[in-house]
Design a protein around this ligand. Sequence first.
Ligand code: URA
Ligand code: CA
Length: 438
Amino acid sequence: MRAVDVIERKVEGKELSSEEIAFLVNGYVEGSVPDYQMSAFMMAVVFNGMTGKEVADLTMTMMNSGDIVDLSDVPGFKVDKHSTGGVGDTTTLVIAPLVAACGGTVAKMSGRGLGHTGGTLDKLESIPGLKIEQDMDSFKDIVRRLGVAVIGQSGNLVPADKKMYALRDVTGTVRSIPLIAGSIMSKKLAAGTDGIVLDVKVGSGAFMRTLEEAEELSRTMVEIGKMLDRKVAAVITDMNQPLGLSVGNALEFREAIQVLCGEVDLSDPLVDVCLLLGSHMLVMSGKAENEADARMKLIGAIRDGSGLEKLRQMVEAEGGDPSYIDLEKIDLLCQVRRKVPVYPDRDGFICGMNAEGIGTAAQMIGAGREKKEDEIDHAVGLIMHKRLGDAVNMSEPICTFYINDETRLDDAVALLKKSVCISGERPEKTPMVYEVIS
Ligand code: URA
Ligand code: CA
């Protein structure tokens, strides 16, 4: 077989065989297929797409390129959740302990922030002492004891994705539905859980900009799960504004604690999405009869504090100082040199937000990395005071920056202002949740 022939067949829009896909992907991981052939192939996929069978073959080959986690010696139905990436999306820190408090078993390997989007691992590392690198035995041990562990990827999981993702990042081949589906599902399947709830984001802060694209990505990933005998559900949620009000690592951790303490209204977008994802996880795990029952249980675990207690236990098990899992003490991790309010240039209503711009503004002041080796300042970030559709006036800040290093503050403030559109008319309400595909 020759790589160039396989690439040409994809260029001609033909369906590739399992062997052809395996030849390219395995060859790329081993080094016999060079970067330029892999990028030509992926660009052909961007334009010509893939059939359901091709995406399944791609996913399987990628999944089998490295270690696969075996959770069979951990009792219970193991469930994972995954977001395609957003801004102010601290759902994992809320749902993982809540679902465990309701009897579910959550075994989750999370990622770091990517571009303008935040990552759970960076948020976890806001807590002094917490070690996100755990070996497989201690990961399983924590899941067995507490019903929940969220750690960094351990071992050599899906090396094909590491290589392909880095290449996609610099060849304009990130936003392809089959490539995204293969990338996400190969990692989720290799992580070994029985069920996966996917949060597919759509909007200005997401990879998927239209509902049609988000639906297609969701259906593709659910189909892959079916073929491999895992339970997969996808919910499509809005990313046209930061999900929570906080953007930044310790700040988002604090917001998660506020939710778990019942300090945030149940109708708040962050809580709304958490309850939706959590209820699908519980129903899938057989721990609730239906969505309504699951919601009641989750709300119960907020009200009686058992969700917060689970988070505290998990933090302690992972080496973190559990005393920070507290409404007042978490404030100590959000101490910064200066807090800078940002005022709007006119009165009116917020008619649009560019969530990517808001995420990038937080990244610019040190909440995220621009290069892989950049250091994060866990305390910094921003807090939005207004949501889409809210009335604003020039004497009230729309946002407060939490900063330690002022070098790029002016640029960050300018970007934030540019990312919030204000008009004279109140816009129509848009939904937070579009649909559920399972
Ligand atoms: N997240 C991933 O893990 N992979 C993609 O391709 C896009 C988002
Ligand atoms: Ca108090």
